[in-house]
Design a protein around this ligand. Structure first.
Ligand SMILES: O=C(CO)[C@H](O)[C@H](O)COP(=O)(O)O
Length: 228
């Protein structure tokens, strides 16, 4: 574990959690940076913060529950006030690649329901052009070979993610294909192409969804706002 990167994640998480207020419905992201935020929220809840949270993965649900953070069923709410989540890459337009931890489908649903999506990142996540990190794509197992072929027609090279000797399976029972598209110069067009593939249920391109990225850098944080 790189301790300075971990410190940047923790700094970004602590800064993001300052945006929460009483009465909000809060989406809780997944991954190590989100973990720092969830532990911080746990402390605030113990000290009286009144929120209800919607987790984006089983792991996040278990962590939040263990810390006494009140949870609410996503299907019982019409909207989410704020979601705080991590990312694998972000560019200067705040487009993201997410899904390194495999939670991209629920993360995108929660983000889509959120008034504000706040991303927390360490300084390694900022890129000029998305695409060094392979784009995670979630597919129903029945369609995995078909989707691999469709992706190759978009000049992507995909590999089904493994967990030891078998395929990695998401919380929704699907597979992940990690795709190398090279530099993604037009995330919006690629997202539209991917959205049209049958059997592909989600992808990690989050185009113009984040309102803010809070990045830890060294011993401080830097905030990037959408259309500042
Ligand atoms: O999208 C995600 C999980 O699906 C994570 O937010 C992303 O992978 C970043 O993870 P970390 O905070 O551990 O660097």
């Amino acid at each position: 574990m790189n301790t300075s990167i971990e410190f940047e994640k923790e700094l970004a998480a602590k800064e993001a959690v300052k945006l929460l207020s009483n009465g909000q419905i809060v989406g809780l992201g997944s991954g190590s940076t989100a973990g720092y935020a969830i532990r911080e929220i746990g402390k605030l809840v113990k000290n009286g913060l009144k929120i209800r949270a919607i987790p984006t993965s089983d792991h996040t649900r278990d962590l939040a529950a263990s810390l006494g953070i009140p949870l609410v069923d996503i299907n019982s709410v019409d909207a989410i006030d704020i979601t705080i989540d991590g990312a694998d890459e972000f560019d200067s337009s705040l487009n993201l690649i997410k899904g390194g931890g495999g939670a991209l489908l629920r993360e995108k649903i929660v983000a889509s329901m959120s008034t504000d999506l706040i991303i927390m990142a360490d300084s390694t996540k900022k890129v000029e052009v998305l695409g060094t990190f392979k784009l995670p794509i979630e597919v129903i197992p029945f369609a995995s070979n078909f989707v691999l072929k469709q992706i190759s027609q978009l000049n992507g090279t995909g590999t089904v993610r493994r967990a030891g000797t078998t395929e990695y399976v998401t919380d929704e029972g699907n597979y992940i294909i990690d795709v190398d598209f090279g530099p993604i110069n037009d995330p919006s067009s690629l997202a539209a192409e991917l959205n049209g593939i049958a059997g592909l249920v989600g992808h990690g391109l989050f185009v113009q969804m984040a309102k803010k990225v809070i990045m830890g850098v060294g011993s401080t944080t830097r905030t990037f706002d959408l259309n500042p």
